[in-house]
Write a protein that binds this ligand. Structure first.
Ligand code: OGA
Ligand code: NI
Length: 352
C-alpha cells in the first residue's frame, strides 16, 4: 500500500506533536514497564570475547557459550570481526533513513502486510494487536542478498551498499556463532547450520522516538524472537531489558559489542537445553533510540525439529516439539502478535 504523507501512520509522525501518549498506546496498569522494579546496576548478561575462538583456548570459549546459552540465553560479544566502520556506516544510514529524508520518501515503503519481504511499518502487527507500541521499523529480508536488494529503499543513496556490506559481515559472524553453539551442545559444529535448509536472514531497523510518557507504553512489549538467533546492534541509548530470574534486567549499551539472544528455533532444535528468552524495549522521554537486530533463521521450507542426538526416549528425554516448517511457525508468530508470550508452546509434541 502506498500511503500518503499526511496520514499519521507512524509513531514518528505523532511523537513530536503530542505531549500525552494517545490512548491507543496506553497499556493497562498491570502491564506497564514499572521502572522501579527493573534491575539497572549489578547483574548483567555475560560478555564473550571471540578473539580466542580459533586458538588453543577454543574449548574454554565453547564452555562460555554453553554457560551463557543455558543460564541466560542472552550474551554480549566483542572482537566479533564486524569492522567498526561497517557498524558506524550502518547506524548512520539507519538514522538518515528515519531522520534526514522527507517523510514522503519513507512512507513509500509502508505496508501492514507481514508477508512482504521489504516494508516499513509501526508497532508490531497493527492488524492484530490491541495496544500499539512506540516503535517504527523497516524490515528487510537480506539472504540471499541478490534476491532482495532491488526491493530495498534506494534512498538514502548509500542505503543498499551499506546495508549489503553490513548484512554480509554479520552473516559471517552468525555462521561462526552457530558452529560454537553447535559444539556447546555437544554436536558436530555444522549440525545447527545444516538444519536450516538454505538459511534465511532478516533484519530490522527499529526507530523509537522520544515518548512524552514512557511509563505508560512500550517500544516493544515482552516477547521472544521467533527465529534461531538474533544479533542486535544498538546505539548508545538504553532501552533493552531481559527477563532473568523473575525480574527485568536493563542491558547497558557497550560500544562495538553486539547483543546476541537465542530465539524459538534454537529452543526447538536443542530440545529445551537452550531457551528462547523474554525481552522487551522501553522508551524514554528525551532521546530517540535506534536498534538494528539481525534475525538469523531457517529458510521457509526448512523442516525444524529437535536434533535427534539430543533425544532419547528411554532415558526420559523425548522430543518436546513436533516438526514443522519455518513458514508455518513464522506465520503463527505474526498472527499471535505477542498476545501469548510463547509462540513455541503451541508447537509442543503433546499438542500435535
Ligand atoms: C526485536 C527486539 C530490541 C531492541 O526487534 O525483536 O527485541 O532493543 N528489539 O530494540
Ligand atoms: Ni526481540
Amino acid at each position: 500500500m502506498a500511503a500518503s504523507a499526511t496520514s499519521k501512520l507512524l509513531v514518528s509522525d505523532i511523537a513530536s506533536v503530542v505531549d500525552h501518549v494517545p490512548s491507543n498506546y496506553v497499556r493497562p496498569i498491570s502491564d506497564r514497564p514499572n521502572m522501579s522494579e527493573v534491575e539497572t546496576s549489578g547483574e548483567t548478561i555475560p560478555l564473550i570475547d571471540l578473539q580466542d575462538l580459533h586458538g588453543p583456548n577454543r574449548a574454554d570459549i565453547i564452555n562460555q557459550f554453553a554457560h551463557a546459552c543455558s543460564s541466560y540465553g542472552f550474551f554480549q560479544i566483542k572482537n566479533h570481526g564486524v569492522p567498526e566502520e561497517t557498524i558506524k556506516r550502518m547506524m548512520n544510514v539507519a538514522r538518515e533513513f528515519f531522520k534526514r529524508q522527507p517523510e514522503s520518501e519513507r512512507v513509500k515503503h509502508y505496508s501492514a502486510d507481514t508477508k512482504k519481504t521489504t516494508r516499513l511499518s509501526t508497532s508490531f502487527n497493527v492488524c492484530k494487536e490491541k495496544v500499539s507500541n512506540w516503535r517504527d521499523f523497516l524490515r528487510l529480508h537480506c539472504y540471499p542478498i541478490e534476491d532482495f536488494i532491488n526491493e530495498w529503499p534506494s534512498t538514502p543513496l548509500s542505503f543498499r551498499e551499506v546495508t549489503a556490506e553490513y548484512a554480509t559481515s554479520v552473516r559471517a559472524l552468525v555462521l561462526t556463532l552457530l558452529e560454537a553453539i553447535s559444539e556447546s551442545l555437544g554436536l558436530p559444529k555444522d549440525r545447527v547450520s545444516k538444519t536450516l535448509g538454505k538459511h534465511g536472514q532478516h533484519m530490522a531497523i527499529n526507530y523509537y522516538p522520544p515518548c512524552p510518557q514512557p511509563e505508560l507504553t512500550y517500544g516493544l512489549p515482552g516477547h521472544k524472537d521467533a527465529n534461531l538467533i538474533t544479533v542486535l546492534l544498538q546505539d548508545d541509548v538504553s532501552g533493552l531489558q531481559v527477563f532473568k530470574d523473575d525480574k527485568w534486567v536493563a542491558v547497558k549499551p557497550v560500544p562495538n559489542t553486539f547483543i546476541v539472544n537465542l530465539g524459538d528455533q534454537m529452543q526447538v532444535i536443542s530440545n529445551d537445553k537452550y531457551k528462547s528468552v523474554l525481552h522487551r524495549a522501553v522508551v524514554n522521554s528525551d532521546k530517540e533510540r535506534i536498534s538494528i537486530p539481525t534475525f538469523y533463521c531457517p529458510s521457509e521450507d526448512a523442516v525444524i525439529s529437535p536434533a535427534q542426538e539430543l533425544i532419547n526416549e528411554e532415558e526420559d528425554s523425548p522430543a518436546i516439539y513436533r516438526s514443522f516448517t519455518y513458514a508455518e511457525y513464522f506465520e503463527k508468530f505474526w498472527d499471535t502478535a505477542f498476545a501469548t508470550e510463547s509462540c513455541v508452546d503451541s508447537f509442543k509434541a503433546s499438542t500435535n
